[in-house]
Ligand binder design. Structure first.
Ligand code: HEC
Length: 136
């Protein structure tokens, strides 16, 4: 029994470790492709300030930012500003399921940048966001 518990614990650790590694690989891969598009020198602090910057939401006229749904603390669970639906924490350090699928990341960047900023994010901005997510 004890062995099984230890075994399960070790397995859980291995799986978490692997997915955190997967996130790092996917983030590096995306940042490399942003560099191919001309972006350079990704900066977590710049990512954080854009995360907090407020914009006028195009449909409602409200002041919104990325934190409106994801909170200002990436380690916290967010809640969708419209539907109230739970949004899991963004920081890889507390949520190993994050950022392990490049297509999913691009899909949400597109949707959320349009919703929040009223336009698509540039390669530079997306790379800065990823550095911010990784830094927390
Ligand atoms: C109106 C609510 C809302 C706002 C505002 C919002 N998001 Fe999101 N975001 C979501 C939802 C819902 C998901 C998908 C569910 C999930 O991944 O937990 C998501 C997922 C993501 C993902 C995918 C993460 C992954 O694990 O692959 C990224 C990246 C992201 N958002 C970035 C941003 C950025 C950058 C901003 C600001 C420009 C932003 N979001 C603003 C609701 C929002």
């Amino acid at each position: 029994m004890k062995k099984t518990i230890i075994g399960l614990f070790a397995m859980a650790l291995a799986v978490t470790g692997l997915s955190a590694q997967a996130s790092e690989m996917v983030i590096t891969q995306l940042q490399n492709s942003y560099q191919d598009e001309g972006a350079a020198g990704f900066d977590a602090a710049r990512g954080e300030s854009l995360w907090m910057q407020r914009f006028t939401q195009q449909k409602t006229g409200e002041q919104v930012n990325c934190a409106s749904c994801h909170t200002a603390n990436l380690k916290q669970i967010g809640s969708h500003v419209r539907t109230g639906k739970r949004i899991e924490a963004m920081a890889v350090s507390v949520n190993a399921e994050r950022f392990n699928d490049a297509a999913k990341i691009e899909k949400w960047f597109l949707r959320n940048c349009k919703w929040t900023l009223g336009r698509e994010c540039t390669a530079q901005e997306k790379g800065d966001f990823l550095s911010y997510f990784q830094s927390e």
